[in-house]
Design a protein around this ligand. Structure first.
Ligand code: 5GP
Length: 185
């Protein structure tokens, strides 16, 4: 894929983080997670939908005993601004008490969604709750969120690909791309 991709109409995609860079980051994160959780089988909590590609690559790189579950948060929908009031649309089905949880997120932007989720999971009696995020956009942060394992810091641009969408499009792109054009923040 070329560095610049014409997405159609007035919309333009520019590769920000290549698939090779992502693969290297996934390997690096897997080494860190494996080291920290070598004595326990963590419960990985994937945040739908954006984290699904990252999570799939991460669990295969981890090659260690673990269990998986998913939560789905109320999202931006087809709009682009957070409501500021995150809520859980689909909660965990697995027992959490006493478990070591590793939340796997696509991107931490304002931090509101992740902060809410970490507090919610912590209140359920988990032994520990940590966060692994592929991307962080610190320029937009409104609340403090501890990211224990981070892939990349990104500038204040709207990104898609590798699971991340705009109006449910572009999730299939293998690279993380900046999306520009009409209607894009
Ligand atoms: P926060 O609550 O941190 O503002 O937002 C978290 C969620 O907003 C992310 O999980 C993601 O779904 C969405 N989001 C924030 N920034 C971006 C972005 O640049 N691109 C995409 N596709 N989604 C984003």
């Amino acid at each position: 894929m070329s560095a610049s991709i014409v997405a159609g109409g007035e919309t333009r995609l520019q590769v920000l983080i290549s698939r090779q860079q992502i693969a290297a980051a996934v390997e690096r994160l897997a080494v860190e997670v494996r080291r920290d959780y070598r004595d326990v089988s963590p419960l990985l909590v994937g945040v739908l939908r954006g984290a699904f590609v990252f999570l799939a690559d991460l669990v295969r790189a981890l090659e260690m005993p673990l269990t998986l579950d998913f939560v789905r948060m109320a999202s931006y929908g087809t709009g682009t601004e957070t409501s500021g009031k995150p809520r859980i649309v689909h909660g965990l089905r697995s027992p959490v008490k006493g478990r070591h949880l590793l939340v796997v997120e696509d991107i931490v932007d304002t931090g509101l969604t992740t902060r809410f989720l970490l507090d919610y999971l912590g209140a359920k009696g988990a032994a520990s709750v940590k966060l692994c995020a592929l991307l962080s956009k610190p320029a937009r942060r409104q609340v403090d969120v501890p990211i224990h394992y981070l892939g990349f810091t990104v500038p204040d641009r709207f990104v898609v690909g590798y699971g991340l969408d705009f109006a449910q499009q572009y999730r299939y792109l293998p690279d993380v791309c900046v999306l520009e054009g009409a209607g894009v923040p």
